[in-house]
Design a protein around this ligand. Sequence first.
Ligand SMILES: Nc1ncnc2c1ncn2[C@@H]1O[C@H](COP(=O)(O)OP(=O)(O)O)[C@@H](O)[C@H]1O
Ligand SMILES: N[C@@H](CCOP(=O)(O)O)C(=O)O
Length: 318
Amino acid sequence: MSVVVYAPASIGNVSVGFDVLGAAVSPIDGSLLGDRVEVAAGTSAFSLRCIGAFVDKLPPQAQDNIVYRCWQVFARELDYKGITLLPVAVTLEKNMPIGSGLGSSACSIVAALDALNQYHQQPLTSNELLTLMGEMEGEVSGSVHYDNVAPCFLGGLQFMVQEMDIISQEIPCFDDWYWVMAYPGIKVPTAEARAILPAQYRRQDVIAHGRYLGGFIHACHSQQPLLAAKMIHDVVAEPYREKLLPRFNQARKYALEAGAIASGISGSGPTMFSVCTNLEVAQRLAKWLADNYIQNDQGFVHVCQLDKQGAKVTGSAL
Ligand SMILES: Nc1ncnc2c1ncn2[C@@H]1O[C@H](COP(=O)(O)OP(=O)(O)O)[C@@H](O)[C@H]1O
Ligand SMILES: N[C@@H](CCOP(=O)(O)O)C(=O)O
């Protein structure tokens, strides 16, 4: 018996909520934009086989793969609970480019921990799993943030509450929005994109950030899509990161002139997202981005919508 889990791409920050907002997305054409992990019976405590389009971008040594660390912390938690750890053979299908701004590490982390937990008949609660997921993200990016792993695991648009033992809760969003995701094909390591951010901000930026974030959350709850779109502004990270994204400003200007209602950096980049309310506009923009924002054959553009389910067990073995 084996378990295969698919974990979707995510948009960290969603521009307006640095480290506290994240959205899971999936291509409307049904193609996979996420990693898959299979856990099967092993002949030793742990083995790892890696396949997939971006397998050659992974660390060559298994012990440097975050999936291995996921198994180690999962084993730690079972030991605390006095539960027997089963020998496992793990397969990672690496479909997500690394350093992409699409939550690539989160996809592997979520798929691995969810699959290990399912294979062991779910000894850990969702909150316990999400806590481990945040710990793993902190290892690869230098500081714990949940805005990729929470939407990737739980689906939808997630707000990082982090109070009263609640890590994340879903915010109602707009299921009819089209999220055009354009990955240019170059790498921007999250850790580096976090290191360049200032330690302090001006009062006026703090006030603006509070207005945008609070306004966005209010507009989502009161279902005012155009107001929500107007609030999608990043005064925390984008002013410092845009220089890491060649052609981003021109692409964002084109997107808004072409009919997108919002556009920004996905996670720490270089992927950019643009929100459209009309499929034809989204598809026309996707074509333009493919011709003008993509920089090599590793790049791609997908028209997506919110993935409301998040991580899911899939039938097909790897
Ligand atoms: N299975 C994995 N998937 C993605 N990154 C991994 C994995 N295992 C180890 N890593 C390492 O984690 C780091 C992830 O880099 P990061 O910039 O956070 O990527 P992303 O922003 O796409 O998640 C890289 O140094 C990468 O080598
Ligand atoms: N809040 C994080 C999000 C990183 O997303 P990723 O997809 O680039 O890993 C940040 O902005 O650093």
